[in-house]
Design a protein around this ligand. Structure first.
Ligand code: FAD
Length: 310
């Protein structure tokens, strides 16, 4: 693993992500996910540290509400913040939690010095779908955003958005109206669901601006580096896969090294196209893979004005 020359200064650790996004400077950030069970904590921690050592603008840590492991989000975020002086964004979902749990999570984040929260509803579990949500404390992400705003704190708040509409929405217009409610309630910036075709993102941006959503929007780029990921990614996100990408998987999917290289280059190409067309901030779903994160950073390092050491 090569380490970038650039490391965050201690004063940058408490920077709010909105201040990074508002700089007229291109940036790249990485998402990681926490361990799903205790036994994998050390390996996940090590992978996230290797990614942090690359010096991204900030990192986000996803949240899994079930299975008693939700505290790992904060454990990983706090560790990276303290070891690498890196601004951290902790995700939080609300639909499967009651008010007490959410209030505790908010207090824990404050105590850990986390300044940035990605406020999400979370996916509906089979139980929630079967039983309905009448008795739930939270129904939509906007309720969590309002609570974070009222929580006597100075959180910078992110929210999710869907260039190809959220799967539950009847149409994109309605989805964008609900998205605007999240921004009006206090979301400072938005990150998109994974997109594999930049034109979908650019079209979405026109529609957002037309609807009066003016905050920064980070495109979410998912490097697909093995063929097995494809089906899962489509199932999870419903995102459109362009023919150009499908051909690449057909051709190289059975050769792991070739597929990895092709996936890194495809994602890098998307990122360069976004930068070239005026998008300054891009978020990469790193899937906890330091080699993939490094490959992408290498491909855009001169654009970001960074040099690899070693
Ligand atoms: P919402 O904004 O509440 O929207 C959900 C649906 O409800 C949409 O169709 C919306 O149009 C509709 N809606 C919103 N408000 C209203 C209203 N008032 N009336 C009627 N309809 C309404 N999941 C995790 O479990 N952990 C994570 O860490 C995580 N991170 C994510 C990060 C990003 C960038 C993205 C894009 C998604 C992430 N997810 C995560 C997945 C997310 O939880 C799901 O996509 C979930 O189904 C929706 O969450 P949301 O916050 O977008 O919901």
């Amino acid at each position: 693993m090569h380490v970038l020359e650039y490391l965050h200064k201690p004063s940058e650790v408490n920077v709010k992500i909105i201040d990074i996004l508002k700089q007229d400077k291109m940036s790249l950030s990485f998402e990681v996910f926490p361990p799903k069970k205790e036994t994998s904590f050390d390996s996940v921690k090590a992978a996230t540290e290797s990614i942090a050592a690359l010096g991204p603008a900030f990192m986000s840590v996803t949240y899994g509400a079930g299975g008693g492991v939700s505290h790992y989000t904060l454990d990983i975020a706090k560790n990276l913040k303290e070891k690498f002086n890196i601004p951290m964004l902790a995700h939080l979902t609300c639909v499967s939690s009651n008010k007490d749990t959410i209030h505790q999570r908010i207090e824990d984040m404050k105590a850990a010095g986390i300044k940035n929260v990605m406020a999400l509803r979370g996916d509906l579990t089979p139980e929630l779908i079967a039983n309905g949500r009448d008795n739930c404390d939270y129904h939509y992400a906007v309720e969590l955003i309002r609570e974070l705003k009222d929580s006597d704190s100075v959180f910078c708040i992110g929210a999710a958005c869907y260039p190809e509409k959220h799967p539950e929405s009847a149409n994109q217009k309605e989805d964008i109206q609900h998205l605007k409610e999240k921004v009006d309630a206090g979301a400072d910036f938005l990150t998109t669901q994974m997109v594999f075709d930049n034109n979908l993102f650019f079209n979405f941006m026109y529609k957002l601006r037309e609807a009066g959503v003016t905050c920064p929007v980070l495109p979410g780029i998912m490097p697909i580096t093995n063929a097995n990921q494809v089906e899962r990614a489509i199932k999870l996100s419903g995102s459109f896969m362009p023919q150009r990408f499908k051909s690449l998987v057909d051709k190289f999917g059975s050769d792991p090294e070739a597929m990895k290289q092709a996936g890194i280059i495809y994602a890098s190409d998307q990122i360069i196209d976004l930068y070239a067309n005026g998008i300054t901030n891009v978020h990469v779903y790193s899937m906890n893979k330091p080699d993939v994160a490094e490959g992408i950073l290498r491909n855009v390092s001169a654009i970001l004005g960074k040099n690899f050491a070693g």
